[in-house]
Design a protein around this ligand. Structure first.
Ligand code: HEM
Length: 99
């Protein structure tokens, strides 16, 4: 007889969430580290879930960290985030940008 418990564990991938996976990345690399510049950041705020989610919905978040031609390369004045870190944020957005 199949075990429901076992199949449930096998089919459950850990969900990527803002709180668990994304917040730390943003906090450690974001404009909050240079407040005087943040004021000039065209109203961009990355200090809470809703504002980060908004930047993901309009496409600028991913474009900026991937250094896409149509966006400002971020983090500003720092090297591009490493590939694995960028992928975490891309996966988070693709999975619905959960809190
Ligand atoms: C992972 C880190 C960061 C992310 C995800 C991020 C994200 C963004 C996004 C999505 C924009 C709008 C881009 C556009 O309009 O094309 C932006 C603009 C901006 N950000 Fe960042 N940012 C980060 C780090 C930083 C840091 C460290 C600084 C300052 C040292 C900074 C300063 C600015 C400024 C001044 C703007 C306005 C546009 C410009 O003047 O280049 N950001 N950021």
């Amino acid at each position: 007889m199949p075990s429901c418990k076992t199949s449930k564990v096998q089919n459950t991938a850990p969900a990527i969430t803002y709180t668990k996976n994304v917040k730390t990345i943003i906090d450690e690399n974001s404009a909050t580290k240079c407040p005087s510049e943040e004021k000039k950041a065209g109203g961009i705020s990355l200090t809470n879930y809703l504002s980060v989610k908004e930047e993901s919905t309009n496409g600028l978040l991913i474009a900026a960290i991937q250094h896409a031609e149509n966006a400002k390369p971020m983090p500003k004045k720092s090297p591009q985030l490493d590939t694995a870190t960028i992928q975490v944020i891309v996966d988070w957005v693709n999975a619905g940008a959960m809190e």
